[in-house]
Ligand binder design. Structure first.
Ligand SMILES: [Zn+2]
Length: 227
């Protein structure tokens, strides 16, 4: 028996459909590529495999246990669709991090970068929102446990990873934050590519990034203390 609030579950399914449509609108994926998930209580709600985002309904969103078993839904019917092929990667990220939502994109800027670089460097201080320079994980076939392991390893200390010749993954405390991070990552990759047009760009040092992270933390702390 898995503790899952039915209302929370329905909200998560609807939210996943809404954000999946945004994935296309924002140019982060085409067709049915990419996938996303939300942790709801003890289970993971994840987008189905092979359904175009424009056709997806909340009831198509699948439920999977932390062990990777498909859950029967509240009416005992089970998932009506097949969970995303990247279910092992999503589960591995929940197991290894404090993620409450995971977004996987096939966005062009990060894919282009992944084919020729080992890391997205700190071209802009906002990269601290992803934990620092973003690593490119080695290429492993889609849907494999090997890809899940490579993604988790490259996520160490980060909230984003780029998958070589494949795409990117971000996570957050909720779907909105994970999705915003996917947009930020794509923007940073584009900005880096533009900077390369001028020659060798200036990259922020680890000390400069530490200073930014400390200041951001201080300001958030100050806001919380305000009535
Ligand atoms: Zn993919």
């Amino acid at each position: 028996m898995y503790a899952t609030d039915p209302d929370e579950l329905q909200a998560a399914r609807a939210q996943l459909v809404t954000y999946s449509a945004r994935l296309l609108d924002d140019g982060l994926a085409v067709g049915s590529a990419g996938n996303m998930s939300v942790r709801v209580g003890d289970v993971m709600a994840i987008t189905p495999s092979g359904i175009g985002y424009s056709d997806m309904q909340p009831a198509d969103v699948c439920l999977v246990t932390p062990a990777g078993t498909e859950l029967t839904d509240e009416d005992g019917r089970g998932n009506r669709e097949t969970p995303s092929t990247e279910t092992p990667m999503h589960l591995a990220i929940y197991a290894a991090t404090g993620a409450q939502a995971v977004v996987h994109t096939h966005s062009p800027e990060v894919i282009a970068l992944s084919a020729s670089r080992d890391e997205l460097p700190a071209i802009h201080y906002q990269i601290t929102g992803l934990g620092g320079p973003v690593r490119v994980a080695p290429y492993v076939r889609f849907g494999s446990d090997g890809l899940a392991a490579a993604a988790v390893e490259a996520l160490d200390g980060r909230q984003a990873v780029i998958l070589r010749n494949h795409g990117a993954v971000t996570y957050g405390r909720d779907l909105a934050q994970a999705y915003d991070r996917a947009l930020l990552l794509e923007w940073l990759a584009r900005t880096y590519r533009l900077a390369l047009c001028y020659g060798e760009p200036s990259i922020l040092s680890a000390e400069a990034l530490d200073e930014v992270a400390a200041e951001a933390k201080r300001r958030r702390y100050g806001e919380r203390r305000q009535p």
